[in-house]
Design a protein around this ligand. Structure first.
Ligand code: BG6
Length: 484
């Protein structure tokens, strides 16, 4: 469904996010006929560049994303919408009139996308306000991470909030734009099957894994000051946990969903210095092999070769409420793991009576595969065919997205950008969500510092994290699903 014409200004227009995600996302939405061609897309960066050069930059980016489906004819229409303004948006003497001139004079929403370091979110918003551009229906989009801790997040939220009202601030977590993540809502609340069992009575534990095979590459500077907890847990993993653990919202409206998610974050048990060593594992990758090629260890990727930043973390988390009492949530994420896969595993309890013999007793397991090979598997117990008595096997009922839907999956940014244009905040984070998540994460990081939690190591590309992460579950008589 086409949206109304809009203007979008990308600060950091020639940066990595703009190149890899934002420009291609807008291009694909245009190709699908969703973006009217009198919309305007303005790139802003400090470097001087002509409109022509920016269009060439965008052409390369969109070509790389569309691959063999790229058609020059389609591009011609899209490129007409693109223009560029070179300015340092934090400089008080910057020429905001040039940016204002690049925007349409018609009454339509202007979207300011801040694809820059969070340190300059507030000065840019203040300058937008001063230039008189925050008026009317103007919206601002903030990329994660919103700050580096609770205090800096509060400062950003207050500073941005002084210019834009909360309902025009879109805090992006691109995991919420992924098809399979949105499907969590439908799976849980569109079926009668799961919800009655979705609690401590039937569920033994839950695992959330976001495993990446890439290393930190050329983001080492940023990554070393962040680590896996700030980079992945504070946002993506906690968002997934919220969707799995939250109570049914009354509707899919933004406020209903966000209010339920905040309750989950509120119920997360703080990790203290006393318990942190028994409930978390932190680690760094060492040298190893990926796709048959030798790759460097984390420290070798850093300029000074020294760091105790974690590239892997495993956490046993607890949601202290009625529904989830005594049900552990095992969370883990890491770079340079054995493979790229993200999944949520809901492990049900064993049947109360082992009618087919203790040795054959197994339990149901629901696996929600987020990427790649998106799909849902429900393991059920089945009789093995044959005359040899009642032999039981555990086999999956298998729903594969690729087999069920022969369509192109839009990238998360395509969905989220169009939601910004439509004014739908449901898949964006409210101020309190970000701050609650930081509060829990700050507690964890402080606890690590206080108890001098050791950093373990694992071989790049060869392991699913360190052996200590396996022990975290083994001690509870459990195992990570991907470990078999
Ligand atoms: C980003 C992190 O938010 O998410 C990256 O900063 C990470 O470190 C990326 O690689 C993972 O996203 P995806 O969509 O590839 O799973």
């Amino acid at each position: 469904i086409p949206v109304d014409a809009f203007d979008i200004v990308i600060f950091g227009g020639t940066g990595d996010l703009s190149q890899r995600k934002l420009l291609p996302a807008l291009y694909h939405r245009y190709l699908d006929g969703q973006i009217p061609d009198d919309s305007r897309l303005v790139g802003v960066s400090r470097s001087e560049m002509t409109d022509k050069a920016f269009r060439e930059f965008a052409l390369k980016a969109c070509k790389a994303s569309a691959g063999k489906d790229f058609k020059l004819d389609d591009w011609k229409g899209f490129e007409k919408m693109l223009s560029y303004v070179g300015m340092d948006a934090t400089d008080p003497g910057a020429d905001w009139a040039a940016l204002a001139n690049a925007l349409s004079t018609e009454d339509r929403p202007t979207i300011f996308y801040l694809a820059v370091t969070p340190k300059i979110y507030v000065p840019i918003c203040e300058a937008i306000g001063k230039a008189g551009l925050a008026k009317g229906d103007a919206r601002v989009v903030l990329e994660k991470p919103i700050g580096t801790d609770l205090e800096s997040a509060r400062e950003i939220n207050a500073g941005v909030g002084a210019v834009f009202p909360e309902d025009r601030i879109y805090r992006i977590d691109h995991y919420l734009g992924k098809e399979t993540v949105q499907n969590l809502l439908v799976l849980r609340f569109g079926n009668t099957l799961f919800e009655p069992l979705w609690n401590r009575t039937a569920i033994d534990h839950i695992q959330i894994t976001v495993s990446e095979s890439v290393g930190v590459g050329d983001r080492a500077g940023y990554y070393d000051s962040a680590g896996a907890v700030r980079d992945m847990v504070q946002n993506h993993i906690l968002q997934l946990l919220c969707l799995i653990a939250m109570e049914p919202p009354n509707s899919v409206s933004a406020d209903e969903i966000r209010t339920e998610k905040i309750k989950v974050l509120n119920a997360l048990r703080p990790l203290t210095a006393k318990c942190v060593d028994g409930e978390t594992v932190r680690a760094q990758y060492g040298a190893g092999t990926v796709d048959g090629k030798q790759v460097k260890g984390y420290l070798e990727e850093l300029e000074d070769g020294e760091s105790d930043t974690e590239t892997f973390v495993a956490i046993k988390a607890w949601v202290d409420n009625w529904r989830w009492a005594r049900v552990p949530f095992y969370l883990r994420t890491g770079k340079r793991m054995r493979s790229r896969h993200s999944e949520i595993v809901v492990q049900f309890r064993e049947a109360p009576h082992a009618m087919f013999g203790e040795e054959q007793a197994q339990s149901n397991r629901l696996i929600i595969r987020l990427q790649p090979d998106e799909g849902v598997q429900l393991y059920v117990q089945i009789k093995e065919p044959g005359p040899g008595g009642l032999r039981v096997q555990s086999l999956p009922l298998n729903l594969s997205y690729a087999e069920s839907f022969q369509v192109r999956y839009p990238d998360a940014y395509e969905r989220l950008l169009m939601d910004v244009v439509r004014g739908n905040l449901a898949l964006f984070m409210r101020r309190e969500e970000v701050e609650e998540a930081w509060e829990w994460v700050d507690g964890l990081l402080d606890a690590w510092a206080d108890s001098k939690t050791p950093i373990y190591s694992y071989s790049a590309g060869l392991e699913d994290g360190p052996v200590e992460a396996r022990m975290l579950l083994r001690e509870d008589g459990r195992d990570w699903w991907s470990n078999g």
